[in-house]
Design a protein around this ligand. Structure first.
Ligand SMILES: [Zn+2]
Length: 383
């Protein structure tokens, strides 16, 4: 699906496009480019909204199966930062919080500990909604902001790592503004410093890539005034920016001079780095994979799709399967490859496993310690 800029309606200038195979989806052509008028970087062409809805319902996993449900330390730190920023802006803890895209309800449970009395979550994944109730006693409405006819009235709306996933985040924010919360807290990946981005940063799930300028402009257009803005460059796997904003008058500021040129240069810089990264990974696999009895990937998410799209290796044609610890992915197919439970594959001496994840590489490596001792070759691509 071709998209135009949701801030100024201009056509996107596409810098890179590729065919992607994702679990249980038809092969897709995805591209990335920038708006020549305002500099906003977007995915275009993208999947259709129907394909995205199916993905979030059936495939997307944000609930850390590898840590027995415990939140990642960086999620704990990030949530602490947000709660402090809210208390600083309001002069007290928030009384009622509605979180759009609440996953397993961890952040809402922290706002409850900080003093909030009313907590409501919204999430498209039934698996996440069930976990939120079970683990954190958070009631979750199953759905997306686009399909809700009414939103709860809470004084603070929380949207962390949501706006980059929406086809029209400006429309979503206008909707939020109409509902009438006094406060809005958002966090998104920050499109700055491409030297610090991981491989596969331009991703299937991320439809929009914000700079400080495009983010603040979008908030102003929706009627939110920025009260504080916090950029973190080293705490997550990529830079993030968090904003506390309050309800104000909607207006349309101009983009900063030079913003389109900066966006295009930043995108090009990253694409060059990315090509070098995939070439390095391909060389490494050619050196390390030695006629295994069976070859598996471990990790059936978006990174596996990117690996298969960008790296050529003769052994990939005879892949025995893709292992994944998340039960909801078992039985789905990625291209021609089946996603399997690691237990079912019963890895043996002489098998080889390539870890196809960036964010969870170390966790998977540690979880495979018994297999490594048994003589299974495990290859890490990053660490
Ligand atoms: Zn634009």
């Amino acid at each position: 699906m071709n998209r135009s800029c949701f801030l100024c309606s201009a056509n996107i200038e596409v810098a890179d496009r590729n065919e992607w195979s994702l679990p249980d989806l038809e092969p897709l052509e995805l591209g990335f480019g920038h708006c020549p008028q305002c500099g906003l970087v977007m995915q275009s062409p993208s999947a259709s909204s129907e394909q995205m809805s199916a993905w979030y319902r059936d495939q997307a996993v944000y609930t850390s199966p590898g840590r027995a449900g415990q939140p990642h330390p960086r999620k704990v730190r990030g949530t602490t930062r947000l709660i402090r920023a809210v208390e600083h802006a309001l002069g007290r803890p928030a009384a009622s919080v509605f979180q759009i895209g609440c996953s397993d309800g961890y952040a809402l449970s922290r706002f409850r500990e900080a003093g909030a009395k009313t907590l409501v979550g919204l999430d498209p994944s039934p698996a996440s909604a069930a976990l939120a109730l079970e683990r954190n006693s958070i009631e979750v409405i199953n759905g997306t902001i686009e399909d809700q006819s009414e939103l709860p009235s809470c004084e603070l709306f929380l949207m962390t790592h949501v706006l980059e996933h929406l086809f029209d985040p400006l429309a979503a924010l206008r909707r939020v503004r109409e509902t009438g919360p006094d406060w809005l807290v958002i966090e998104v990946p920050l499109f700055e410093r491409p030297d610090s981005w991981p491989p596969g940063y331009l991703s299937f799930e991320h439809l929009n890539y914000f700079t400080e300028d495009s983010l603040v402009r979008m908030l102003a257009m929706a009627g939110f005034e920025v009260v504080s803005l916090d950029k973190q460059y080293a705490d997550d796997i990529y830079p993030v920016v968090a904003v506390v904003a309050r309800a104000g008058q909607a207006h349309t500021p101009n983009a900063q001079p030079g913003e389109p040129e900066r966006a295009r240069a930043c995108l090009q810089d990253y694409l060059d780095r990315e090509r070098a990264t995939w070439a390095r990974i391909e060389n490494r696999l050619r050196e390390e994979i030695r006629e295994p009895k069976r070859l598996f990937l471990f990790g059936g998410g978006v990174f596996a799709s990117q690996l298969l799209a960008n790296v050529e290796h003769p052994a990939f044609d005879s892949l025995a399967g893709i292992l994944d610890s998340s039960e909801q992915r078992w039985g789905s197919t990625l291209g021609t490859h089946l996603v399997l439970s690691p237990a079912k594959a019963s890895l043996k001496d002489g098998d080889c496993v390539v870890i196809s994840s960036f964010a969870s590489e170390l966790e998977i490596w540690n979880a495979l310690a018994p297999e490594r001792e048994r003589g299974v070759q495990v290859i890490r691509l990053h660490g």
